[in-house]
Design a protein around this ligand. Structure first.
Ligand SMILES: [Zn+2]
Length: 364
């Protein structure tokens, strides 16, 4: 086996990432070593890189990863779905490694809030085993991580965003207990919005209304089940609320989901809900994302606001299977619009930041 591997390392925010080489460590009991094949750039990687969200340094960013197993530690035999694992298998895995024993893991069903949580692409790479992020040739998969074998029918590019963008919106709709016939509003036509629309379609939702300010994204999301797309650039809130009420027999939507990462659009999203409606907040994953709202409206109209950060293993399992079952119905293979080798990581980050791409992939 190779003795070292390369990684793109962020030494401080707002600075170019540097290609560094680190030694590979022995693969211990319960661990796996993976040769990364693809890692897509998530909005949260950009937040850390741009300094809008604090993170430790040096760090290997990237968590939407696929790879091939090159070594397996003792005891690792099956993935989380019970499928046998072997060297050479293509896998993806949960964004987090949790202990399974703490207050949140065991008592509260919030494994993503484990008291001993570790997240890929979120921790310092200064100490061995160094490789715990996606912008690298290798990644170690920790024992408390849930591994999922990628079905043969799915390409690495299609599977890569499953472990963050897709699994997160699966968790969002799950928390809303979406019903067939529901009318939904999705605020944001980026990658999360795209998956949210496709999922809502397969759940049998009625009106799947998507708002954004970029025409190209709105056009694209029509192909993922959106029934109505609205460009909200310069549209006053009251007008948008009226439009959405007009699409829902005057009532408003059953569920609204914010996946644009813009705190200023939360109030209009809440106003678009019917009485008893639910608001799923997923996009504003950086501190300081404040908004103001009249609390009496939440009471008088029986509104529910739910924050959903990351997801549970079942949501990733469900997400990968959803891709497999629906890849001929929706053009998931067009979500990655730009590809770069590891050496061009800075160009890739700039492209992701420009807003011109849907998802940017690092191919290895
Ligand atoms: Zn992410």
């Amino acid at each position: 086996m190779q003795q070292t591997g390369r990684a793109a390392v962020m030494t401080r925010a707002k600075a170019p990432l540097e290609i560094r080489e680190y030694p590979l460590a022995e693969v211990e009991k319960g661990w796996a070593l993976v040769r990364i094949t693809c890692c897509t750039i998530c909005g949260s990687d950009l937040h850390t890189w741009l300094g809008t969200r604090p993170g430790p340094t040096p760090i290997i960013l990237g968590h939407e990863i696929t790879g091939k197993i090159v070594a397996m530690g003792a005891g690792l035999q099956r993935d989380s779905g019970g499928r046998p694992l072997a060297v050479g298998d293509r896998i993806t895995w949960t964004i987090m490694d949790n202990c399974g024993k703490c207050y949140y893991c065991r008592e509260k069903g919030l494994m993503m809030k484990c008291l001993d949580l570790k997240k890929y692409g979120h921790d310092s790479c200064a100490e061995p085993p160094h490789f715990l992020g996606g912008f690298a040739e290798y990644c170690y998969v920790m024992p408390g991580t849930c591994i999922i074998k990628i079905p043969d029918e799915l390409s690495d590019e299609v599977a890569a965003s499953a472990n963050c963008a897709l699994a997160t919106v699966v968790a969002g709709w799950d928390s809303a207990r979406l019903q067939p016939g529901d009318n939904v509003l999705i605020q944001g036509a980026g990658t999360l919005g795209i998956y949210a629309a496709a999922l809502a379609k397969t759940f049998g939702c009625n009106r799947i209304i998507v708002t954004d300010v970029m025409e190209s994204r709105l056009e694209f999301i029509r192909r993922f089940g959106a029934t109505d797309v609205l460009n909200v650039k310069g549209v006053p809130d009251e007008e948008l609320v009226k439009q959405i009420q007009g699409m829902t027999r005057g009532f408003g939507v059953d569920v609204a989901m914010e996946v644009a990462g813009r705190p200023e659009i939360v109030p209009v999203g809440l106003k678009c809900l019917r009485k008893g409606g639910q608001y799923i907040e997923q996009g504003n994953v950086f501190p300081g994302a404040t908004f103001s709202y009249d609390a009496s409206d939440i009471i008088f109209r029986w509104l529910t606001i739910k924050g959903v950060h990351n997801y549970d293993t079942k949501h990733l399992e469900w997400g990968v299977d959803f891709l497999r079952r629906n890849q001929h119905q929706f053009p998931f293979d067009e979500i990655v619009t730009h590809r770069f080798p590891l050496e061009e990581i800075n160009e890739a980050m700039e492209m992701a930041h420009s807003g011109k791409a849907i998802r940017v992939a690092i191919k290895l």
